[in-house]
Design a binder for this molecule. Structure first.
Ligand code: J2J
Length: 553
């Protein structure tokens, strides 16, 4: 596909020879899975309980109806659905067709959605009628009117009377005219992208990550194989389902490959998640540290019967050892298994049989023997054993370039195709890795990455902002929030509310808004005239300590 950089032939041959790449489209593999585990429970969503037979039937019917609507291989559909059964049905139906879902987040707003729709040339947009404070259908109507490529709006629940709108559930009841034979004859190339993930990138709006059928299936198969998934196991899907972690690492893909059940959790809050774990006998959690911290904060976790939980996968953000110990004490019998992952590909994970100290202190090690990992210094040379360096990686499920982003790719990849992660790691004496920090200019808010540059660009358009630099400010629960250091023009200064109003009017996702404003006469500059963000980050950290400020969650 134009705009996608393939893995070079020699490496591809090696990955095939070693059996990593199966050359089967994802839709076909999961179709077999649904048949194989037909009588097991696949999805729990509130009162709805779907077996794999139900799911397989639903996915097939939906795929046929989408075919009637003209969706086929390589068509892009921007999917912005919550953690509900509709997502699962639509995702696997699109896979069956070889179409490419771009997985947006429920928190995204017009700025992000409109960009992704036009950037990838989407033919469809799937969303609920609205999210709090955001009318998805109104945006859809405007996008359909202005974008000749976008022609289909797939709405969770019943279809409203609006041009181009179809209810996702209607696709289960309509009688399709396309046939299963036609579906089977669709040519889906497993080297093509099966999904577009979004980067936690640092340059402007997050970049689009093409993951191929071959690499994405391998990703899920391999990480599921070290996740102790047994017959009857159940995964709580509590982070936004489109994220690489709950979708594929191992996520619902990894669980379905083993006939396990996905329990849809509509909110990560303890009041929702803990009763659901108890009711459904959940065995595996996938959480970001902020979730663990807020559950511990909310009160006595042992008030719930949670002994069904065996594995707590945590990723997305640095997880303090002490919090791991506290969460293991609250979930008696469960082990924290840390995942260091990225939508770009590489996965490291601690092994459940690693000695406890190693499991608690490190983020694990890569999952594939052909994951090539280097830690490098500023000059590009590898650092000595045990020293901190930037993580570079390539391998059978790591991208070689962002979609249609040649300039960014020149910076984000080495000439020999290693992805520069921006993460600073060191190797632990055990051989596992430890995360020490990052080089990149982003804020990690409860696992959600926010590009400082994207927000700064927008803030600079405010008349009361002469210059601005956004940096992380530490937060007890979320890890980090965004703090904007603003240099106003002489004589007047903006308030945080005024800046928030601008960002809201520009349609920027709410989770990206700075939550703290510091006015400065001048931003600190390096001798080369670059804003010294490290100085500002230290000041921001100092502000928290001085005021003992505790942000509301
Ligand atoms: C510290 N930082 C971490 C960890 C990711 C599984 C788990 C997480 C993600 C994810 C994912 C970290 N400790 N354990 O896709 O499949 C930070 C690093 C990394 C960035 C990637 C998965 N685990 N990180 O978080 O694409 O900085 O993926 O480069 O959202 O999160 O972010 P993202």
């Amino acid at each position: 596909m134009e705009g996608v950089i393939p893995i070079p032939r020699e490496l591809a041959t090696r990955y095939r020879r070693r059996g990593y790449w199966e050359d089967r489209p994802l839709g076909e593999v999961f179709h077999s899975c649904f048949l194989r585990f037909a009588d097991r429970l696949a999805v729990v969503d509130g009162d709805q309980r779907w077996s794999f037979a139900d799911l397989g039937g639903g996915v097939e019917r939906m795929a046929l109806n989408l075919m009637d609507l003209g969706i086929g291989p390589l068509d892009r559909v921007v999917v912005q659905l919550p953690n509900r059964l509709d997502f699962v049905l639509l995702y696997f139906a699109l896979q069956r067709l070889g179409a490419i879902p771009l997985l947006a987040l429920p928190g995204h707003r017009e700025h992000e959605i409109a960009h992704y729709v036009s950037f990838v040339g989407a033919v469809g947009y799937a969303a609920p009628p609205s999210y709090p404070g955001f009318d998805c259908l109104e945006l859809a109507a405007r996008m359909v009117a202005s974008d000749p490529t976008l022609r289909l709006v797939l709405v969770a629940g019943a279809a409203p009377d609006q041009p181009g709108c179809v209810g996702i559930r209607d696709l289960l009841v309509r009688q399709p005219t396309a046939t299963i034979d036609q579906l089977r004859r669709l040519e889906v190339d497993p080297d093509e992208p099966c999904v577009f993930q979004l980067s936690g990138g640092t340059t402007g709006i997050p970049k689009v990550i093409p993951r191929t059928h071959n690499d994405y299936l391998y990703n899920s198969r391999l990480i599921a194989s070290v996740n102790d998934i047994r017959e009857g196991d159940r995964l709580l899907v509590s982070a936004p389902i489109g994220h690489n972690f709950p979708l594929a690492s191992p996520g619902i893909q990894g669980f379905f490959l083993h006939g396990g059940t996905a329990v849809m959790c509509p909110s990560p809050r303890s009041g929702v998640a803990l009763p659901l774990i108890e009711r459904e006998g959940v065995t595996h959690l996938e959480i970001v540290p902020a979730m663990a911290l807020s559950w511990l904060d909310d009160g006595p976790i042992p008030a719930h019967r949670l002994e069904s939980v065996r594995v707590i996968n945590s990723g997305g953000q640095k997880f303090q050892r002490e919090t791991k110990v506290r969460i293991e004490a609250a979930f008696v019998g469960a082990k924290v298994q840390e995942v260091f992952g990225m939508a770009e590909g590489l996965l490291m994970i601690t092994r459940l049989d690693d000695p406890p100290e190693i499991r608690l202190e490190t983020v694990g090690r890569p999952i594939c023997p052909d994951d090539e990992v280097k830690l490098v210094a500023e000059d590009g040379g590898e650092v000595g054993w045990g020293e901190v360096g930037e993580l570079l990686c390539r391998g059978p499920y790591t991208l070689r370039g962002y979609y249609r982003a040649p300039e960014v790719n020149c910076r984000a990849f080495t000439n020999d195709g290693f992805y520069r992660s921006g993460d600073l790691l060191r190797q632990h004496p055990s051989g596992n890795y430890v995360v020490e920090g990052r080089k990149t200019d982003l804020v990690n808010r409860g696992g959600e990455k926010i590009s400082a540059e994207e927000v700064e660009e927008m803030l600079l358009t405010h008349p009361l902002v002469a210059n601005v630099a956004c940096v992380p400010i530490p937060d007890r629960i979320l890890g980090e929030r965004m703090c904007a250091f603003v240099q106003p023009p002489s004589g007047s200064a903006p308030t945080l509310d005024q800046l928030t109003a601008l960002l809201t009017a520009r349609g920027l996702a709410r989770f990206k808004h700075p939550e703290r404003l510091v006015l400065v006469g001048e931003l600190p500059l390096s001798p080369f005239g670059k804003v010294q963000k490290s100085v500002l980050a230290r000041r921001a950290a100092g502000l928290v300590r001085d005021s003992k400020e505790d942000f509301p969650n």
